[in-house]
Design a protein. Structure first.
Length: 396
């Protein structure tokens, strides 16, 4: 069995990390797995990316070319868009590798054009990490499922309907929520959609005693640590503004010297919100062992996102035995069982988010339940087994 994964990046971004983990799990289980990426950050031989200087420069330029129609036609919608209109040579590379199955992941920023996808003659599995596969170009908002009023959004959706009509396509969603969104779309309303949660290595992401984790990271032993992590603090969808409002409410009710707010994934914002609660920014963390230490050092992990599919951060925190608080939105309810292994706050309700943080800080036994769920539902071995079964079904 030879599987080729397509993702814009190999390790940068949530979808990239999820795809890379599956790729590693498949290799470990004996599957001939490769990744084909637009931008390669790592050095693994099994990952195919730009090699020559012109290829690397072209890979950097391609996302900007992909955005040109949005600028020309004055698309004013905020948030991440991908048009995927410009031709590439990806199909030629796929033919050269000659896999049994092509497994698509996050292919935005012009990695492959909408039309070129129709030229892939192998069975295709598409793991949807956001809404782009079935919207008019937008990655996040459900109101763009069947286009908005703009010309460009209608055009993108028409292109997808036209060229993907006869694709040998099997759809997978990591969350029940995204599967439901896809079924409500014009594009995939008649498609069967399997739900297969992402997985991670529970031997790497595992509980490490607070004292040990904090000693290694040089963090204080006597603080209640509230943890937040996201690739981009400036990304409004990640809800950093909602969390800062919640922390301002918390600091009015507690002894602030007893708390530490710990942030990874982004650098200190230029317009930094001043807290009485001491704040420490760790920057971007790529090493999984270091991430496990960070999660294990915290008393609670907070994810205040406005919209999420099946967040890697919750999965990682749970596997480390760290209790999570998040809004009751998207795929988060798939993961957090309210007051059993974490807290589901009312959607975008900051006061309820505060209540959830306090609840988790006061209920230390929730972490073991979180770890148990991660082992039972989000292990890489289980995810790999499910996908191997699907691959075998496709190729007979």
């Amino acid at each position: 069995m030879k599987v080729l994964h397509l993702n814009t990046s190999d390790i940068v971004g949530g979808a990239a990390r999820a795809a890379y983990r599956l790729h590693r799990g498949l290799l470990k289980s004996g599957v001939d797995s490769q990744m084909l990426v637009q931008k390669k950050h790592g050095d693994k031989i099994s990952i195919v990316g730009p090699k020559t200087k012109p290829e690397k420069e072209w890979a950097l330029l391609r996302p900007e070319i992909d955005k040109l129609p949005l600028k020309i036609f004055k698309n004013n919608q905020q948030g991440p868009w991908s048009v995927n209109w410009f031709p590439t040579n990806i199909v030629g590379k796929i033919k050269k590798i000659n896999p049994d199955v092509v497994h698509l992941h996050w292919i935005g920023n012009g990695m492959i054009s909408i039309r070129e996808l129709s030229k892939i003659k192998k069975p295709i599995i598409w793991t949807m990490h956001d809404m782009w596969p079935f919207t008019g170009g937008f990655h996040l908002s459900s109101k763009y499922i069947n286009h908005d009023g703009s010309w460009i959004s209608k055009h993108i959706l028409k292109q997808k309907i036209k060229y993907w009509r006869n694709l040998n396509l099997t759809l997978v969603s990591p969350s029940k929520w995204l599967a439901k969104q896809a079924k409500e779309s014009k594009l995939f309303k008649d498609k069967e959609i399997e739900v297969i949660p992402n997985g991670l290595d529970t031997k790497v992401f595992k509980p490490i005693p607070h004292k040990i984790a904090r000693n290694i990271l040089n963090l204080p032993q006597d603080k209640k640590i509230i943890l937040f992590g996201a690739m981009g603090i400036k990304d409004k969808n990640k809800g950093f503004d909602l969390l800062t409002t919640a922390l301002k409410k918390i600091q009015q009710r507690v002894k602030t010297q007893d708390y530490l707010f710990l942030v990874f994934g982004g650098s200190r914002p230029q317009n930094n919100t001043r807290f009485k609660i001491k704040t420490k920014y760790l920057g971007r963390i790529y090493d999984e062992a270091n991430l496990a230490l960070i999660y294990s050092s915290a008393n609670v992990f907070v994810i205040p996102s406005r919209q999420e599919n099946l967040p890697n951060t919750i999965m990682e925190a749970m596997a480390c035995g760290t209790t999570c608080v998040g809004f009751n939105i998207g795929g988060i309810p798939d993961m957090i069982n309210h007051k059993k292994n974490g807290y589901l706050a009312k959607s975008l309700d900051v006061e309820n988010l505060v209540k959830g943080i306090n609840f988790c800080l006061s209920n230390k036994g929730l972490g073991s339940s979180a770890r148990k769920k991660a082992e039972n539902e989000y292990s890489l071995e289980l995810q790999t087994k499910r996908y191997k079964k699907l691959y075998n079904k496709l190729v007979g």
